[in-house]
Design a protein around this ligand. Structure first.
Ligand code: FES
Ligand SMILES: [Fe+2]
Length: 411
């Protein structure tokens, strides 16, 4: 460009941050409130909300899919999940007292069973002659794998609580173990991860970051049992070129084959299974099908939790995960360590509470991310059109979801 008066060329800097627009996230993909497209898709599945052992006679506040609820266990052993606000005059059942069959509000003693039926109104004549007319809003819960699972969707669409092939046919010396410390988030703690669930879930298919972040930039942060991640002669694209992503019958999977130093070819399948199941090969032990699954659960639009279920002889897997704590993973330690050795927490959390999709530039290594987003959009449409999404079953015998994640040596 030239100055029109002087004819002198004007040089301007290009691409500066001046005038940068704030950007926006895609609400359909990320927001999980009732009535939103993703919220309705998520409400067609059972989600783990708590360790079984944390459902006790002391009511607990739980938040899932943007809804605040109260979890308790009646003294006869039944877990219950109810809306907090008592239908009488609104006191919170967080202060309720649990009894044989349910929970009793602290204010005037109305009692509700685990399905919200009002069973007693002690301050009313005849203990509430019309008490049958009142029902505390509730949700169905079931227990499996040491977890409490809840279904928050339309009652007539409630599927069977799924089983996963990973945990079928246990040997005599095998057991199921459960952990709520957000394994895979980059920090090992029983709290809530403070950013959008999809940033973590789509990361499972982002194999490029595995090579770059975990082995080259900050690594090694994970084991390289067979020497499959040789970071010294690091050629990311050469390795990434052998990746193959596919939409499967249950979600999206990525397959990779790597020649290890002894000449054998190690094949690895990693997968996302709807709604939030993470299948990653076991970082320890022998090759084979994975023996653990992570369950990514949206707490709300900007928070999530990960529960992990494991089959094995003992809990040593969890202990080994904890012992792999990388530098920078302790939020109370020197914060510069997190800058020098960032991990999943820093990479995914720094994308924002909800990443700005309008500002992204997806590239070829994001193929799995694109596929997962496309699949989620397709499934939202299926639900909006009255259909049933992937991985729901209504007939006993069909509720086992087949998991493909694992590692093996090619013959
Ligand atoms: S407000 Fe709950 S019994 Fe009155
Ligand atoms: Fe990672």
């Amino acid at each position: 460009m030239t100055d029109s008066e002087t004819g002198v060329e004007i040089r301007t800097d290009q691409g500066t941050a001046y005038g940068l627009t704030p950007g926006s996230h895609d609400p359909d993909l990320t927001e999980v409130g009732a009535g939103s497209p993703m919220g309705e898709l998520m409400r067609r599945y059972w989600h783990p909300i708590s360790l079984s052992e944390d459902a006790t006679d002391l009511p607990a506040a739980v938040r899932i899919l943007g809804e605040d609820l109260i979890l308790f266990r009646s003294t006869d052993g039944q877990p219950g999940l109810v809306h907090p606000r008592c239908v009488h005059r609104g006191s919170s059942l967080l202060y309720g007292r649990v009894d044989d069959h349910g929970i009793r509000c602290c204010y005037h003693g109305w009692a509700f069973d685990t399905e919200g039926n009002c069973t007693d109104q002690p301050c009313e004549p005849q203990n509430g002659a019309n008490r049958d007319k009142f029902r505390q809003p509730w949700y169905p819960v079931e227990e499996r794998y040491g977890l409490i699972w809840a279904y928050l969707g339309p009652p007539e669409k409630k599927p069977l609580l799924p089983r996963y092939s990973t945990f079928e046919d246990l040997g005599d010396d095998e057991h199921i173990f459960t952990d709520d410390k957000n394994i895979g988030s980059g920090r090992y703690f029983s709290g809530i991860v403070p950013f959008n669930w999809l940033q973590h879930f789509e990361n499972i298919l982002d194999t490029a970051h595995f090579y770059w972040l975990h082995f080259f930039h900050s690594g090694p942060q994970f084991g390289s049992r067979y020497g499959e991640f040789d970071v010294l002669d690091f050629q990311p694209w050469e390795k990434l070129g052998g990746l193959e992503w596919n939409i499967t019958t249950t979600g999206v999977a990525v397959d990779r084959s790597a020649e290890i130093p002894d000449g054998r070819v190690l094949h690895t399948t990693t997968e996302t299974v709807l709604p939030g199941v993470r299948g990653v090969s076991n970082p320890f032990g022998d090759p084979g099908p994975t023996d653990s699954l992570g369950f990514v659960v949206p707490v709300d639009d900007t928070n999530f939790k990960i529960f992990t279920v494991l089959r094995g002889k003992d809990r040593s897997f969890f202990e080994r995960i904890e012992s792999m704590r990388r530098p920078g993973a302790d939020p109370h330690a020197d914060p510069s360590q997190a800058q020098r050795f960032p991990g999943d927490w820093e990479a995914q959390g720094s994308q924002g509470a909800i990443t700005l999709h309008s500002e992204e530039h997806l590239a070829s290594s994001d193929r799995g991310v694109r596929m997962l987003r496309r699949l989620l959009r397709d499934q939202m449409t299926v639900v909006a059109d009255g259909g049933n999404p992937l991985n729901v079953a209504f007939e006993a015998g069909n509720e086992v979801v087949q998991i493909k994640a694992g590692q093996y040596f090619q013959k």
